[in-house]
Design a protein around this ligand. Sequence first.
Ligand code: NAI
Length: 459
Amino acid sequence: MPATADTTHDVVVLGGGSGGYACALRAAELGLSVALVEKDRLGGTCLHQGCIPTKAFLHAAEVADAARESAAFGVRASLDGIDMPGVLAYKDGVVARLHKGLQGLVASRKVDYVEGEGRLVGPRTVRVGDRDLVGRHVVLATGSSARTLPGLEIGGRVVTSEQALTLSEVPSSVVVLGGGVIGVEFASVYRSFGAEVTVIEALPRLVAAEDEAVSKALDRAFRKRKIGVRTGARFASATQDDTSVTVTLEDGTALTADLLLVAVGRGPVTAGLGYEEAGIAVDRGYVLADERCRTNVEGVYAVGDIVPGLQLAHRGFAQGIFVAEDIAGLDPPPVVEAGIPRVTYCDPEIASVGLTEEQAREAYGEVEAFEYNLGGNGKSQILRTSGFVKLVRRVDGPVVGVHMIGARMGEQVGEAQLVYNWEAYPEDVTPLIHAHPTQNEALGEAFLALAGKPLHTHG
Ligand code: NAI
């Protein structure tokens, strides 16, 4: 049956994840007619298989640790074990509530929500079943999926984060392949749930995109938690049977565990969607877009994980909103990659924005760096966490990098990103008051020290 051409929309968005739905909502808010095409569930990876469910796991992990370590706070409690179906029900409840809210939001903004698998059949036409949605503008937002390595098949005891989110039992031992963001978050969860955990990372350090001081602190903290860390270790092969999986490294070491979690990165979902046939420039599966999210084809934009760069939900949101405003003629400023805050929710948490000290030296030559130890921060002591806030500034210039590690430090990234993006000097921040006793004071103290007037530090 030939497809029927619908009325033309101002915007047709392909993919209902963070980037796509944010674009659709903002475009509708701006009075544009919008179609949003989604083949699975509105909310995408972030809501269903990524940010939200994993952070529910991490919160359950924090509760388990609190019970296990309660005596340190003078509270008598004990950890009887992890009821994994209970954890799954808690996680699914959170996801379901947010999903329902999002569906309501999309309906209330009068977005034409089209369920089904969409495919570009022309530069401005998305075919879904027997419908052809024609857009004055088309926004590609089809996201990413977990990658694996050549010769390493996902199945059985070899899983990615997607399957790990549905397992109904806690494995007694886990090898985590990849010490990036997903790897360290899951290593943290499984350790808190009581498993023996080993992380294998090919690079010389965990979370290699972070400042080196942060990687070192995480390595120390993980070892203290008895998480095995093998950096500079390259995967060679894996075999599994009914009872275990064995991972062999290139140096011949063999590690046997209940489960192998593969966390070696996520790749773009663009194959077979008609992008290249429509003349859109694609490089190794990624859609190439300029700083205004424009592809090389007039009227076609790309946002989120299919565009090379940080694969973060809030980058997708920001790019989606940007594109909607651009189409509406508001001439918004582009999303600057270095100004996007980054949080890794393992225990201890990592948060950063801007340049690492090394990157800042490369960019600016001499820089000043200061590390404020959470040992001097009252609230952090109350929480019994350790870590630091590290600031990097240009000599007599603005702050160009903020790097933090410690329990709950992710919540501090808001101030850090304002300081970075407003190109603030430490001297601009020091007259502003940080509430006592909060972990936020650690940022205040670090700014004071960098401005040459340390209070609770030796400067
Ligand atoms: P990643 O790129 O952060 O880390 C993958 C790690 O695997 C790298 O450190 C890499 O060196 C290592 N690796 C690759 N091949 C290897 C091999 N053969 N042997 C040993 N190690 C190997 O990717 P990840 O952790 O899978 O995450 C995917 C994306 O999702 C990332 O862009 C991440 O930022 C994003 N994400 C963000 C979260 C957050 O913001 N909290 C949470 C989870 C994911």
